[in-house]
Design a protein around this ligand. Structure first.
Ligand code: GLA
Length: 549
């Protein structure tokens, strides 16, 4: 009972035509950007969803079996948590008080009982709903009723909370509405869930039966995760830019440029996975999973967990890749290089390691090469751990692999721990007795670039570059500045921060502590602001004043 394909194609063609007339679909605006402060999805959510394999053909027996299989297959132990019931669970009629209810034939025990069953096995309960009048299946007349949440957001949020729902997939399912209408509608459910008082992951899709607004703004202000594209299918490349259906390559192409939007509580959703559903080679299935992990997409399996073969289990339970996905910094890999075939993506990790994906988009095997310094690493030697084979090797900087067509080699690059920092042991100058009045800092060999990359009503994100303008390496650094308007840093990457009053000090991470002469180090942070957000104009590096670019 999938949606009628012909009608879908027609809509897609119409949408594509409109996009061609309107120009490029991807508008990379950098604001407003924030993450919901609802305490959930601090790393990309992991789970299973019924839609890819079962479409509308769901019932409570199936969902219970899948819950059991999540546990018995070891998926739960690998980190998968959410069991998400997609479209077609609902009674087409609300009750006399206007409450949603489960379909009495499909879910005779009710949705609360299903939630209890899932919770009793240590897992979490996800459910599907739509913000306007109809779900997607209802829109396409493949399921009766019009049970969307429009006008009943708070009531439905309370109902979900009462059922023990932990994750809500909220799917636009209409050709109508501007992007601002979408933001307003999603925000109503965000606020409804907050008022209902249960921490619930809000997963939205703005693209269904609509022009593809997923990549057009940062949806972190109204959701924990947002679909970047039209629906996925189990094929490598469908030839679509962002239309129905999307192959793995097509989703990667749309999502790579959106890296800056990922952060704890807020993720680009590349859609439920097709791993284990056929239609692709093992190499392609591995690439699919590897790319979803390094790009910090939620990992929502879409296969039948009751009948997974060994190859599928090897992919979905790969502990090295899951650790990269679930890293607490929650960054999405950024593109290091791309020549049209060979794509290098790198994701910084909390312990100072960097995960790098060498992705071959071509059909023939090729060697893909990068360097530790291109990944922002200095020092060395470095250890490379191959995420698929678990084999380790050592390099002083060159990173390369022969990668099969459509393959992805992933290395975890560590240097900090194994790096006996060959820095000359410069004798630490004996601290002089502090002068009674602090003299102005002397000019140091540094230049600072401070850029606000996005700003929203009560917060902002900034990226800072420290350039070593001197002739010898800087070995270990802290950068200090004062804010003029009461800004308060609450998260940093590429360095650790402390703030005392207005004064902020950021100290290097283990992997970017050495700045070669002429080289640079980067870090970023998120801060609150109100009243004013004047950029600081004076910075000291290790106590010496830097020029400001
Ligand atoms: C849309 C969504 C899918 C699925 C279906 C259900 O197409 O994008 O993921 O939820 O609706 O009808």
């Amino acid at each position: 009972m999938r949606r009628p394909t012909r009608r879908r194609r027609l809509l897609t063609a119409l949408a594509t035509g409109l996009l061609l007339v309107a120009g490029p679909a991807v508008v990379l605006r950098t604001s407003p950007a924030r993450a919901l402060n609802n305490g959930v999805a601090r790393t990309p959510p992991m789970g299973w969803n019924s839609w890819n394999t079962f479409g509308c053909n769901i019932n409570e027996t199936l969902i219970r079996q899948m819950t059991d299989a999540m546990v018995s297959s070891g998926m739960k132990d690998a980190g998968y948590q959410y069991v998400v019931v997609d479209d077609c669970w609902m009674n087409p009629n609300r009750d006399s008080a206007g409450n949603l209810q489960g379909d009495p034939t499909r879910f005779p025990s009710g949705m609360k009982a299903l939630g209890d069953y899932i919770h009793a096995r240590g897992l979490k309960f996800g459910i599907y709903q739509a913000p306007l009048d109809k779900t997607c299946a209802q829109y396409f007349n493949s399921y009766p009723g019009a049970t969307g949440s429009q006008g009943r957001e708070a009531q439905d949020a309370r109902q979900f909370a009462a059922w023990g729902v932990d994750y809500l997939k909220y799917d636009w399912c209409s050709p109508t509405g501007s992007i601002d209408d979408q933001v307003r509608a999603f925000a109503k459910m965000r606020d409804g869930l907050a008022a209902a008082g249960r921490p619930i992951v809000l997963s939205i899709n703005s693209n269904s039966i609509h022009s593809k607004t997923g990549p057009q703004r940062d949806w972190g202000d109204v959701s924990n995760m947002w679909r970047t594209t039209e629906d996925i299918t189990n094929t490598w490349n469908s030839g679509q830019t962002n239309g129905y259906p999307m192959g793995i390559q097509n989703i990667v192409d749309v999502t790579v440029p959106l890296a800056a939007r990922a952060k704890p509580g807020a993720f680009n959703d590349m859609d439920m996975m097709e791993v284990g559903r056929g239609g692709m080679t093992d190499t392609e299935m591995r690439s699919h999973f590897a790319l979803w992990t390094i790009l910090a997409s939620p990992l929502i399996a879409g296969n039948d967990l009751r009948s997974m073969n060994t190859a599928t289990q090897t992919i979905l339970k790969n502990a090295n890749l899951i650790a990269i996905s679930q890293d607490p910094l929650a960054l999405q890999a950024t593109q290091v290089s791309f020549d049209g075939t060979r794509r290098v993506l790198a994701k910084r990790l909390a312990n100072g390691d960097v995960a790098v994906a060498l992705f071959n988009q071509g059909t023939a095997a090729t060697t893909i090469t990068t360097t530790a310094s291109a990944l922002g690493l200095s020092g060395g030697p470095f250890t490379l751990r191959d995420a698929w084979t678990n084999a380790t090797s050592t390099t002083t900087g060159a990173i390369s692999a022969s990668v099969p067509g459509h393959g992805t080699v992933v290395y975890r690059v560590s240097g900090a721990t194994s790096t006996p920092t060959p820095t000359p042991t410069t004798p630490t100058p004996t601290p002089t007795t502090p002068a009674p009045t602090t003299p102005p800092p002397s000019a140091g060999p540094c230049q600072v670039t401070y850029a606000i990359s996005s700003q929203w009503p009560d917060g902002f994100q900034a990226e800072v570059t420290i350039r070593n303008t001197g002739t010898s390496a800087i070995s270990g650094w802290n950068l200090r500045w004062s804010f003029a308007n009461g800004q308060q840093v609450n998260q940093a990457w590429g360095g650790t921060y402390t703030q005392s009053g207005a004064q902020v000090t950021v100290t290097n991470a283990s992997w970017n502590g050495t700045i070669a002469a002429g080289g640079s180090a980067n870090f970023g942070f998120i801060s609150t602001w109100s009243g004013g957000n004047t950029a600081p104009t004076a910075f000291t590096l290790n106590g010496q004043e830097c020029s400001v670019a």
